[in-house]
Design a protein around this ligand. Sequence first.
Ligand code: ADP
Length: 556
Amino acid sequence: MSPKTLRFGLWALLVVLMGALLGSLVWLVGRYEQSRYENQLDISASDLAHDISTKLVRNAQRLNVLLDSETPNWSWTARQLLEEHPEIFRVERRDAALRTETSANSLYLRQASTNGVFHILGRQNFQSEVTAACALAARSQEAAYSVSYFIPQSNGIGYEVTDMCLPRIENKHVTGYLVVTYSLNGILKEWGEAATRQNQEVSFVAADGSRLAVMGKVTRSGHRVTAKTLLNLQGITLLLRLEIWRSAPYWLANTPTALVLLLVTALTGVLWLLYRDTRKRLRAEASLAKEIIQQRKAEEMSRQSLERLQKSARLATLGEMASMLSHELNQPLAAIASYASGGLNVLATEADKTQIKVALERIAAQSERAGLVIKSVHDFVRRREAEHSAVAPQTLLDDVLPLLGLLAKQMDIALDLQVAPHLPPVWCDKTLVEQVIINLARNGMQAMGVQAAKAPSLDASLRVLTLKAHQDATSDGKYVAFDVHDQGSGLTQDVQDKLFTPFFTTKTEGMGLGLSLCRTVIEQHGSSLTYTTQTQAPHTGTTFSFKLMTAHAILT
Ligand code: ADP
């Protein structure tokens, strides 16, 4: 399984789990609330049942007064009682054989007939119920009830009623009865009012589930909660039912649950946002990692190509060095030759020993220099670390001065040496750097010689070659800068383009290797050979410059 599908699977599992948990929570809360309502309703139902039976007993006690045949004004008393008890349709005083002696009807009935509620079917039609109730009453010597029965009325409706039979006991003998016809609806209306709160219904239900009497109005929407309880009376058991309809969902009725739900919803939102942000971040990180890998690859490639380049550069340098060897040996040899012929000349004219001595000494020095050149090139070719040492700039210039002075004299050029005071020693291969200075100075002098040949009218005093050593201003004292400045005609664009190309020369006896070798040596010293040039009169000329690191900077 790929990590992506696994992650998706985990997220899906989490969501399903959350959903299941929430669903269970809502369901449990719903059930809890429902059972709470049911319990409450059960309590109200049994309270109501208890209330009704208590009131029936109390009524029976009050009605006892009507049992007495001696009671004066029976009708008046009866009517009085009936007025107080709208739940009673009719009272009858009967003798021991259940024959009706006298009767009174509820004032609240519309029909003003002697039969009262029985005006359509007549009382005799319900004799069996009365007989059964009174038989029970006679046997138990207390109030007993008939099964409930329906009395149709003229307007198509009817009443469900039950007869209560109260026996008159005299010396343990039943001497008469009081039959009280109770309206079931009336009972609910008079005593069940309190139970019929908003959207609540209270009813008496038959065994088959049909409602015998109902009170209260309900809109049947939302959840229904019902409670049933039995109202046990002697002779009849009535099923009392309470029904309530709740429109608000149960779990909303419970504030903590609603809060938890809200919290969970908010949490889900937060989780979703987190998930989205994390995905974004991961994607960004992945693409960054990719970029870094690509960059590393590119770096690796460029490093490899750089190494290849350096290798070929070194090979080229080897070739250059071989050329340099011949080129540079040329100079001391030429010098030796010229000193030798100079010495011979002196010998031919006047035998001045001191002059010959000078010539011979210089020949010896030049021979030594030639030997050093061979050695340094040899070292270079063998790629051994060149012999670096700390050299004072003044020493560097002083040591090349005799040779340069000789050349300058030949070419009628003045040398100007400017070494700044207190310069720190530089770290270099002295022989190679001397060669560089000699090369640059000779080039400069040759450039001025060419210019002099072109325009001989120019004042010879103008032809000065300047050698300068000074602190490099840009490097925080870490470098000493060297400048070789001539007053030649400057470098034309054509010459500049090919200046460092090996074998490029404008001179008949030139080899075109000097500058490229100079540059190689300077680069070997971790610096670069630069130049500025001016071809516009009157101040034409060229300055070649390079820097050398101080021994102090190198060693720390
Ligand atoms: P070479 O001196 O043997 O000709 P270089 O490499 O030293 O070889 O110089 C190449 C060319 O650059 C010279 O031939 C010359 O034309 C030009 N050049 C070098 N230095 C100077 C200079 N200071 N002034 C004018 N031209 C110069």
